[in-house]
Design a protein. Sequence first.
Length: 348
Amino acid sequence: MKLSIKYSLFILPLSLLFFSCNNERKPQSIAKAKLGATDGAEYAMVIHGGAGTIKKENMSEDMYQQYYNALDTALSIGEKILKEGGSSLDAIEKTIHFMEDSPLFNSGKGAVFTNAGTNELDASIMDGANRNAGAVGGITNVKHPISAARAVMEKSEHVMMVGEGAEKFAKANGLEIVDPEYFKTERRWNSLQKILAKEESTGHVSDFKDSKYGTVGAVALDKAGNIAAGTSTGGMTNKKYNRIGDSPIIGAGTFADNLTCGVSCTGHGEFFIRYAVAYDVAARMEYKLESVQEAAEFIVNEKLVKAEGSGGLIALDAKGNVSMPFNTAGMYRGYIKPNEKVIAMYQE
Ligand code: ASP
């Protein structure tokens, strides 16, 4: 009798442990099975260059060509790395470097201006293999904010650094430092002046809905099956008080987990933070067993529309399935897989 009590005392916790582990495993393996919707791509990368009032009637042929070429070059930079067996982290970092260097996009050079007439940059990166992540907010002198985010992920014990501290850390880790003037472009300066003039003439603080977006992001799947996602931005024109948006917030503007998908968002950041948009795509896939397209479409075109949160996102699952929904007039976007390339800007 004594022995059997002892025995059950021993067996009970063990079996509890066994069943709870089993329960934890179950949804994951089912979620994985659901991903097998396509045959699977050897590698894939999807990018965005921001969502907003991007309309055919407002775009000159020359501007269209410039954006097309930039998106095309960005895709080929990432593809080369992935094709040669490089990591998804390297692919998105190098792709985003190119977009940060291009004055066409609101990240790095060409970032939008704050109310004070400065450029404050935010970026984040996440590794889907281990859910490691790094982010920087409000930096003013690091040429490639996405690399500063990667340095935080790989060379510190932290996930997020902001302002001067983040700049010091980036410098100490050998990243290229530039004069803050480097980021300035006339086009973005004029956008700020327009908003300031409007504020002055109407006496109202401008609505962020009027601001043009243009954040950049990339999500890649490499040959080893690892997903990585990254986002880099100057935020929103006329932002004040060291405002930080969703782009450097893991789970809001960026998320990656090999189990489900990688996500990078663009749009009115406050809504993306409040609705935990990037993580919500992965959560719906994991817990509701939705496909990446179902999850992304629902969040952008139902949930965010109801909330009046404008923007879009790119998402990529472990089989290379791509989703690029947006609820604005347009979104600079594209993806590349072996033998498949898509580049688009307007509602198709
Ligand atoms: N989401 C960015 C922010 O709110 C802006 C954008 O995507 O254009 O800072």
